[in-house]
Design a protein around this ligand. Sequence first.
Ligand SMILES: [Zn+2]
Length: 649
Amino acid sequence: MSPRILYTTLLIGALAFAGGCTKSEPESSSAQVADAVQSKSPGDKQQAQAAPEPGVDYHSFANTDDFLVKHVDLDLEVHFDRKVIEGEAKLQLERLTDQKNPLVLDTRDLHIESVRAGHGSQLQPVKFTLGKTDPHLGTPLSIELPQNATTVAIRYSTSPDASGVQWLEPQQTAGGDFPFLFTQAQAIHARSFIPLQDSPKVRMTYNATIRTPPELRAVMSANNDPQAAKDGVYEFSMPQPIPSYLIALAVGDLDFKPMGERTGVYAEPELLDAAAAEFEDTESMLEATEKVYGPYRWDRYDLLILPPSFPFGGMENPRLSFITPTVIAGDKSLVALIAHELAHSWSGNLVTNASWRDLWLNEGFTTYLTNRIMQNIYGDERYRMEMALGYDDLEADLADREDRDEIMAIDLRGRDPDDVFSNIPYEKGSLFLYELEQKIGREAFDQFLLDYFNHFSFESITTEDFLAYLQQTLLQQYPQQLDEARIRQWIYEPGIPEGAPHPRSDAFTKLDPLRDQWLGGEIAAADIDTGDWTFHQWKYFLDGMPEKLSESQLRELDSAFGLTDSKNNEIAFSWLMIAVRNDYQPAFARLEDFLTSIGRNKFLRPLYRNLVDSGKQEMAVRIFEEAKAGYHPLTVKVNSRVIYGPDAS
Ligand SMILES: [Zn+2]
């Protein structure tokens, strides 16, 4: 998932975050974490004090030591009227042991109609049972296999409430005439639309036939064909092995526009031109990344622009990143999101975390790469601003978190893996890599990263695999510069090690005296020269405002800078946070429009929390109840807890 979330310390509170790949899209509350701790992992793998075992996936029921799913064939029909996906998943298995029974798969809220198993096309009906449902993990599906069976075909349908599928009514789309569907599988939601081994350590190829209403187009994290006729039957193939959380499907009134030789955009016709213009640098980003970190291994890199209810910034589904439309700002100011999702083509999709404890291997490397891509395409100043904002995010998070959640190799046993999505794996991971770069030099570090991506390509690895690799490479090559104890401190201990780099930007620090002068009444807002300010500077300027501003100060800011009418969603968000806590009524119509038209949790959760904390719960309830039919299930869950308390469901 994706870019800069610019929370002030005030906003962060005790947030945990979840899902999608965008950096730190807020999700669960600390209360949610607390009740998650009560639940138990499968197989009693959890021990009171012992550290989690590297490579063990505490968030899957699958018996991956006995069987590995190597390939999946999907034949699915999408029923918008019933909000159900229905059809067959055929799994090809590799047997790792003599043990023949049972095969255990992950499911969540699936209706299993029948299971057949055998060899090739010689399949016979077999017995299956659904086990006890765990609130975080779903329900294990145990299948009795005939001797030597390597093929299992499962007929099933999804629930209308599937946690990984969102069904949108036509009025929730840009065009307003056709329904829309999209899936979001990370971290453990693939199991809500496909029965499989839903663990990032299992890699599989897949083929799919997707049947839709004939006026709609289906796209997947696979070999999309923009030329494919819109006829309601779409064939896909993903020939590179990927983990289940990268299987993705979207169906809607989608058109395609190329941006470069290997890059293009899928979007509703209404958004297509704006998106293609906003993200026109994608091909250059791709080329720049290849130059340093080796060839792009996935053929095409396209973007899919989702309706505004997408709860995250972006999701790095291979060959087809899913992107929120809220980053179409008209001035490319928020395209770090694209750099981030693209970077995942190396860190995350090519070299993948083996379990959700190892998420920092995905997100820390990706955040580091994002900064480098931004520097390459947009220059040093932008690079420093992105880095400085990332550092501020990290500091804000560290100020509010328990020690155990500041550890990069986080212990997630008994917790919802969505809770891992804080700034820690992203920004602390990136800062760690930046320190390595500083110590051995950029050229040497880039060579290391290139070798690392090649060495582990198409593998899922643990934190300890990374450490062992580091021991054989950099720690031997640079014994004077690097120290294993310090590296272990970065990975296994809370906080930031003393003496770590602290990225700063002059473009920000020069704003501090201006803000102070305005607050002190020495200058008028209208006299501040904001002509060349970037969005980053606006955010920095606004987020640094004191808790309380007077009515006249608010009016002055608004009339000088047109903040209530800002078209940039990040700037609008920062301003609305100020407006809510200062009860600035002229912005409330915009606030209501913002909350009802956007489903991105990064914005919604802090705004709803702010409303509740500033004694405007009634207003929060009224807007939420009006808007929630249009929100993603995850957005509803998270914000219900914010508005109604931790026990709300
Ligand atoms: Zn990411």
